[in-house]
Ligand binder design. Structure first.
Ligand SMILES: [Zn+2]
Length: 292
């Protein structure tokens, strides 16, 4: 099944809504990091949240979401852009906690108490950075709180991820409901009640429902317009040039040390695990540039 996101608005309720399905790209990314089941669930939930937040960006803008708590998972990093491109990684990819009583992964325990930070690149000099203390360490509720506190947007985010016995993502999806000014509070509350009455997103996807069908079921007799359906995909923006830039930031002394110790430098991309090797000549030319 392809990864995709749909966007709709309801003039009647004055809300906008996003629904996404993204198991395929989550598995691609988790495979790159060799994640164990709990890390897989956490990273996939974060990627789903990133897909929803990314779809709220203006064209050409990008964001990085960082969730960092005192749990064993360490940090969760997801980057998304307005075109539906995602990448991400997790502090401890090997984390595998005992399942909860209902058979799901204990992501909240894995994350622990901490902070969710979103840095947006909106093509200005400075990044736009805002953060919120994790109210629950459940990623969808934390993103809901972030939107409310940092962006003053009454929202409701639901994320559903099923990780199979083999540790791979079977179904992953999310839905985001957002009130638009002038807010129609009763209509918004009614739609939140309706979504609460629905099965979790991953269950609906497991039933073979399309996102359009989930939307129709959710909204019932509330009128809406479907605006867009677009693909989501994994792609890493790392390159030899970017890695060289990162390496150069060590400065002349740091580069000299690398050259003397190892004769070369190997830099791994945190997002896709691609290795970039810089040999002695590369390092010498960087040292020359640093001197110049
Ligand atoms: Zn990369």
């Amino acid at each position: 099944m392809n990864d995709y996101i749909i966007r709709a608005i309801s003039k009647e309720a004055n809300v906008r809504v996003l629904l996404c399905s993204n198991a395929h790209l989550a598995n691609k990314i988790c495979d790159k990091h060799g994640t164990a089941a709990t890390a897989t669930a956490a990273l996939t939930q974060a990627l789903t949240g990133g897909a929803l937040l990314g779809a709220m960006l203006k064209v050409g803008h990008r964001l990085a979401m960082r969730i960092e708590g005192n749990g064993a998972l360490g940090k969760l990093i997801v980057e998304a852009d307005s075109y539906g491109v995602l990448r991400g990684y997790v502090g401890d990819p090997t984390l595998n906690l005992p399942l909860l009583a209902d058979g799901t992964q204990n992501v909240a325990e894995a994350i622990g108490v901490g902070v969710l930070t979103v840095a947006k690149d909106v093509k200005l000099k400075e990044l736009h950075v805002s953060s919120v203390a994790l109210p629950t360490s459940e990623i969808d509720q934390d993103i809901t709180q972030f939107l409310l506190q940092s962006e003053q947007i009454p929202s409701d985010v639901r994320i559903g991820v099923t990780v199979g016995k083999d540790g791979r993502v079977v179904h992953a999806g999310g839905m985001l409901l957002q009130s638009m000014p002038p807010h129609n509070a009763p209509a918004f509350v009614e739609l939140v009640k309706k979504v609460e009455a629905l099965p979790p997103m991953d269950e609906m996807l497991a039933d073979g429902q399309t996102l359009k069908e989930v939307l129709a079921r959710w909204f019932g007799d509330v009128e809406y317009d479907l605006l867009e359906e677009r693909p989501l995909r994994f792609q890493c923006s790392c390159s030899y040039e970017r890695m060289a830039q990162a390496l150069s930031s060590l400065g002349k002394g740091g580069l000299q040390e690398l050259l003397e110790l190892d004769g070369q430098a190997e830099v791994d991309c945190q997002f896709c695990r691609q290795s970039y090797i810089f040999d002695g000549d590369d390092l010498r030319s960087m040292i020359d540039d640093a001197t110049a």
